[in-house]
Design a protein around this ligand. Structure first.
Ligand SMILES: Nc1ncnc2c1ncn2[C@@H]1O[C@H](COP(=O)(O)OP(=O)(O)O)[C@@H](O)[C@H]1O
Ligand SMILES: [Mg+2]
Length: 374
């Protein structure tokens, strides 16, 4: 390392570190024009005061679904219209009551009164505001695959989509965003929901190599100083991003590689900095999945990690006898929690041939990595 390559202690490689943050909304947002046009078309009736058309939005993580919705919602709030768009992050708000409280907070500007401590009361207050203020409600249930447990998705959709039956005159449209391609909504939804829900499906395909390169390049130009990351090294990051299938991994890698270079007082990100960054960024999915778990689900995962250290194949039946004693969970809750861990790709649940309902349980990540994020 020559002195010329070294940074002064107060220098930074980051022109604007914020552009690498998880909730950053980029100004430049290409390759999703057709999806956004389609969504705008579905919402247009809401601007004029009628019920917007319902939509389902499908695409793997990191394909720009949330960003598209947030951009459209920002546009809506800039024009004068009767429609109030509400974005719900279902990883955080994952019960009917929590979702309704969040909707209420966003349209009323304050918490629902403690007295109305039932979902029906909160919903009544929402309907009341919509009717007295003559407003249309648009709810985006983002990452709604987190609501597939304990029937929450059916419950909330039932309430929102049939609101005009209970509160005549209310107009509510729904967008259901699903980031798990294995989920088949027509199988998950009850007949009482599907009979009033005929959504248009909008698909967000994975980005191509060129698109991924261009998107990340744009971020580099905004966030790093010129010359910090060469196109050749960016190609390396693009490879890793495509392999993980999630744009977030690429954005996170640029940030970490930049920090690694800074730590060594280098002016340029090297291949080694990128390799080091990938070792952490590749677990982004693990980190967010674990954050989305409830307490009993985390307890179960911790127990599975412990049990997996013995040299035996875990089965759902055997594990339950331990769960019953140690965690005091009922069978239904245990089974739903297992299903959730499977859907989040933290474990793999597999049927064993000819042995009834029992399933084989395998962790999808290294036990120590799981413990680290727990
Ligand atoms: N077309 C794009 N242009 C610029 N950045 C993008 C684009 N698509 C996705 N991103 C970025 O990738 C990350 C993941 O996008 P996001 O909208 O959260 O995906 P999803 O909701 O489908 O998981 C975000 O940081 C977002 O800014
Ligand atoms: Mg999203």
């Amino acid at each position: 390392m020559t002195l010329k390559n070294m940074l002064m202690w107060d220098e930074t490689l980051f022109r604007d570190p914020d552009v690498f943050e998880i909730d950053y909304i980029p100004d430049q947002f290409n390759y999703r024009e057709s999806q956004m046009r389609e969504l705008a078309f579905l919402l247009r009736p809401g601007i004029k005061g009628s019920r917007p058309l319902n939509a389902t939005i499908k695409g793997t993580p990191g394909t720009g679904k949330t960003t598209s919705i947030k951009k459209i919602f920002a546009d809506i709030s800039e024009i004068k219209s009767k429609m109030i768009p509400v974005h719900i992050n279902c990883q955080v708000e994952n019960t009917r009551f929590m979702i309704l409280s969040q909707i209420y907070r966003q349209i009323a500007g304050h918490n629902p009164s403690a007295a109305g401590n039932s979902y029906k009361r909160v919903f009544e207050s929402i309907a009341d505001i919509l009717l007295t203020e003559d407003r249309v409600l648009l709810v985006a249930l983002d990452d709604a695959n987190y609501l597939l447990f304990e029937n929450e998705l059916n419950n909330i959709l039932y309430l929102l989509l049939r609101s005009h039956e209970t509160y005549p005159g209310t107009r509510i449209g729904v967008m259901v965003i699903i980031s798990d391609m294995d989920v088949d909504l027509s199988r998950e939804l009850d007949i009482r929901v599907t009979s009033v829900f005929s959504p248009t499906e909008v698909y967000f395909p994975p980005y191509s190599v060129t698109e991924t390169f261009q998107i990340l390049k744009e971020r580099v130009l905004q966030g790093l100083y010129p010359g910090v990351l060469s196109d050749k090294n960016l190609d390396l990051i693009v490879d890793h991003t495509l392999r993980s299938g999630d744009m977030r991994v690429g954005i996170d890698m640029i940030k970490r590689a930049g920090l690694n270079a800074e730590k060594e007082a280098m002016r340029e990100i090297s291949e080694e900095h990128i390799h080091e960054a990938y070792k952490i960024s590749r677990f982004l999915h693990l980190k967010y999945s674990i954050q989305a778990l409830r307490r009993e689900e985390k307890d179960l995962l911790r127990l599975l990690v412990d049990l997996s250290r013995k040299d035996e194949q875990l089965t759902s039946g055997q594990v339950y006898t331990i769960v019953k004693k140690k965690l005091k969970l009922g069978y239904t809750i245990y089974y739903e929690a297992l299903r959730k861990l499977d859907t989040l790709r933290l474990i793999n649940l597999e049927f064993r041939d000819g042995r009834g309902r029992t399933r084989l349980i395998n962790l999808r990540y290294d036990p120590d990595k799981i413990l680290f994020y727990l």
